[in-house]
Design a protein around this ligand. Structure first.
Ligand code: XMP
Length: 319
């Protein structure tokens, strides 16, 4: 009988048998899959698990703090948080091409993770949040852009270099099953039902060159958008929503003054499989509220636009 409880018991038994008394490392990303693996392994092997969370500086507002609160403080999981913002920003300096940015971010992610994992000298196993669709995808496709990072973050890549065995308890599961298991394990529903977030993070939501100033502005605009979607009970009605930073400046007025500030685009889509998508027909009043909040609260952004492009021909992300 398939119940989340049964599956969890079964997976815990299998993990214990696989790793014995060895130490296991897991890269936590803040996403659903690695979070569920973290919660599961913690339950199965407790202190034998060490998680590594790499803050690339390209994450959403307070993301690192939330991961630490949920896992380290709340659940008592051992988590090493690596602040690698400077390193990623430095590596991205002067780089505008989206695929080049993806390569740099993926490559540095592996380097940083590798360094941290290398310090945990008694670790014999690397756990990953690979789920069934990742397995299929990596068998089939060669150069899809999502795949480039998925392959860095999830399937392959790391273990060869690190010569550790792989622990992939979710390998046979679909996303909806992973979510049910996450809820059963006690993870916050908000975390378990979060929209997907690309591996390269804000790196591909800042058009062109990535700068800290841009990332900070974008994080705040994105947070306002998501916050209002949740308040209006619209978050779960869209498949993915986010803000994009446009490094162009536009004139505006504020009080008696003239502003010459940056632009953000809001994107919200409805989709089943992310291969095709329709732009979400969010209520005008809602968009009005979000736009006002962003422009009033964020010094540095003077204009907000809403993306009304379907996929195809547009992609969901802007880069
Ligand atoms: P596009 O923009 O191709 O996005 O319509 C489809 C889905 O894939 C996500 N996406 C990525 N995920 N690394 C990832 O892990 C990437 O480089 C990447 N690019 C796009 C995107 O967020 C959407 O859910």
């Amino acid at each position: 009988l398939w119940t989340p409880g049964n599956i969890i018991d079964d997976m815990m038994a299998r993990v214990r048998e696989q790793v014995g008394s060895d130490h296991v490392i897991l890269g936590l990303s803040g996403g659903v899959d690695s979070s569920v693996v973290g919660a599961l392994l913690h339950k199965a092997i407790g202190d034998q698990l060490t998680c590594v969370f790499v803050d690339t500086g390209l994450l959403r507002l307070h993301e690192g703090d939330q991961v630490m609160a949920t896992f380290a403080r709340h659940m008592g999981v051992k988590v090493i948080r690596v602040d690698a913002e400077q390193r990623f920003l430095k590596a991205l300096e002067g780089v505008a091409d989206p695929e080049h940015k993806r390569k740099i971010i993926g490559g540095h992610f592996i380097e940083v993770f590798d360094e941290e994992a290398g310090k945990i000298t008694d670790a014999r196993w690397l756990a990953q949040g690979t789920i069934y669709p990742d397995v299929i995808e990596s068998a089939g496709s060669k150069t899809g852009k999502a795949q480039v990072i998925k392959s860095h973050h999830n399937v392959g890549g790391l273990p060869e270099q690190m010569k550790m065995g792989l622990v992939e308890p979710l390998r046979e599961l679909f996303k909806d099953e992973v979510r049910k298991i996450g809820v059963e394990l006690g993870l916050p529903t908000e975390m378990v039902y979060r929209h997907p977030f690309p591996g390269p993070g804000l790196g591909v939501r800042i058009l062109g060159e990535v700068k800290k100033e841009y990332a900070d502005l974008l994080r705040r605009a994105d947070d306002i958008f998501i916050d209002e979607l949740r308040r209006a009970d619209l978050y779960d009605q869209v498949s993915q929503a986010f803000a994009v930073f446009l490094p162009v400046r536009s004139v505006g007025v504020m009080g008696d003054g003239r502003r010459y500030d940056y632009v953000v685009a809001l994107r919200a889509v409805e989709t089943i499989d992310f291969m095709t998508a329709r732009w979400a027909h969010l209520p005008y009043e809602f968009l009005d509220l979000v736009s006002r909040r962003i422009i009033n609260e964020i010094d540095g952004i003077s204009r907000v636009t809403y993306d009304i492009s379907g996929k195809p021909p547009a992609t969901i992300e802007w880069e």
